[in-house]
Design a protein around this ligand. Structure first.
Ligand SMILES: [Fe+2]
Ligand SMILES: [Fe+2]
Length: 279
């Protein structure tokens, strides 16, 4: 290996100038991203509340109540706080998924004419699965690792074996464009599919008003790079519309995605203008 000694002192002024330019560049990037996020929130606020929430007020309220009051869920929360959740998929994301997974499960139960006593343990499993589904989000194969971790946690917390296996299966199976439920157990599939659909609802407004900005901040993504890949990623999100698994998800999920795309298009237009004016 050839080593070259460089007299850094000689380049002192140059280093300082580059550092100043770098600091200035990232300040401008930060300001641009704040503007874009504000625009995303404005567009989102002008969109109607998704029909899922309007037509399932009581189911979402029951899921929210359960999230606040159930002992096992409270203990799962404590485990989440200790885990290293990736910033963009933090507690807020997990709580929203848990609430909607519970509500979807109740909606599916009603469609299938299931009794309250049959639904109760499945409702709890769906909420717990939602809360824990991204517990290993910062790691490779987060669905598989998260499923193993959740099974361990729930064993420690003495959740019954059947519910534990439903939660673990649902978490293992929550990623898009992978296998759908291959369990020979209708109730296990209900929990798994409810988790999947609730997680994919998040690719609607939530993604463009919150997750996207946490990700670009965490990864220091330059606007040029975000702009270059934006349309392609939007096409990927559009495809999620075809993947909803429950009847409830199929009915209400596409609206979430369409709303996300509307916000995404507004962001892309504004970002194109910002970049063009800067050049
Ligand atoms: Fe995930
Ligand atoms: Fe998620």
């Amino acid at each position: 290996m050839i080593r070259t000694r460089v007299n850094l002192r000689k380049y002192g002024n140059l280093t300082l100038t580059i550092r100043r330019h770098t600091v200035y560049y990232w300040c401008m990037v930060h300001v641009s991203y704040l503007k874009l996020q504000e625009l995303a929130l404005r567009v989102a606020n002008n969109l109607p509340r998704p029909l899922f929430y309007l037509e399932h007020v009581s189911f979402t309220a029951r899921a929210e109540e359960m999230l606040k009051s159930h002992e096992l869920i409270r203990k799962c929360h404590a485990r989440l706080n200790m885990s290293r959740l990736e910033c963009a998929h933090g507690i807020c994301h997990c709580e929203a998924v848990a609430r909607d997974a519970g509500a979807i499960l109740l909606a599916e139960g009603r469609l299938r004419g299931m009794s309250d006593s049959t639904l109760a343990p499945l409702f709890l499993s769906a909420i717990v699965a939602g809360l824990l589904h991204d517990i290993k989000r910062a790691e490779q194969d987060h669905a598989v690792r998260g499923s193993i971790e959740a099974a361990l946690i729930l064993k420690e917390l003495s959740m019954d074996e059947r519910s534990r296996s439903y939660v673990a299966y649902a978490i293992r199976n929550h990623e898009a464009f992978k296998t759908t439920c291959d369990l020979d157990d209708k109730e296990g599939c209900m929990v798994s599919d409810a988790l999947y659909d609730a997680d994919k609802f998040r690719w609607g407004p939530d993604n463009f008003t919150t997750t996207l900005w946490l990700m670009v901040e965490a990864h220091n993504t330059p606007p040029e790079a975000l702009h270059r890949t934006f349309k392609e990623k939007m096409r990927g999100i559009e495809k999620i519309k075809e993947t909803f698994r429950t009847d409830t998800g199929k009915r209400y999920g596409p609206e979430f995605i369409d709303q996300g795309i509307t916000i995404g298009n507004a962001i892309y237009e504004e970002m194109s203008e910002l970049l063009a004016n800067r050049d």
